[in-house]
Design a protein around this ligand. Structure first.
Ligand code: NI
Length: 169
């Protein structure tokens, strides 16, 4: 089931999410819904707070569903190591219509659990590292806007406020 994606301004997007302690049927349904919602958007990553659930869960697929083998579901992801830096343009399904250039680590090591609760560790670089960092940020209530210069961030926020006032957000 495709769930509505919350937009900038929703309090869930600015909250810190809770760790997942149990992977029950409800959690599995949430994962399926998040994957469906991400592909339908279309997007390459989605965090649970974006569908109004403040739990530490992210899904991603840097191929956008175009290629097999890129789909990932990470429960309780944690970035354990990071090195280097890369700059690239980011958008967010919760901030439609805007993008910004964000600096991220070039390479990360991320631990997480799979749906069976088994621990996993993965190394990522390039776009994958960027997407994981962006989605893990969501679990802390951080948006990519927070990484932009104050000037650029305020510009986007002003435009969003205008859209909200016009009823177009
Ligand atoms: Ni996002």
């Amino acid at each position: 089931m495709i769930r509505p994606v919350l937009k900038y301004g929703a309090p869930e997007l600015e909250a810190t999410s809770r760790p997942i302690t149990q992977c029950d049927d409800e959690m599995k349904a949430l994962v399926q819904d998040m994957l469906e919602t991400m592909y339908a958007a279309p997007g390459i990553g989605l965090a649970a707070p974006q569908v109004g659930v403040n739990l530490r869960l992210i899904v991603l697929d840097i191929s956008g569903g175009e290629e097999q083998g890129h789909q990932m579901v990470l429960m309780n992801p944690e970035i354990m190591e990071q090195e280097g830096s890369q700059e690239g343009e980011e958008g967010c399904l919760s901030i439609p219509g805007f993008t910004g250039v964000v600096e991220r680590p070039a390479r990360i090591v991320v631990t997480s659990q799979d749906l069976g609760g088994n621990p996993r560790e993965m190394e990522a670089d390039g776009l994958l590292a960027r997407v994981v960092c962006h989605e893990v940020d969501h679990l802390e209530g951080i948006l990519y806007l927070d990484h932009l210069s104050a000037l650029k961030r305020d510009l986007i926020k002003r435009k969003i406020k205008k859209l909200i006032r016009a009823g177009d957000w």
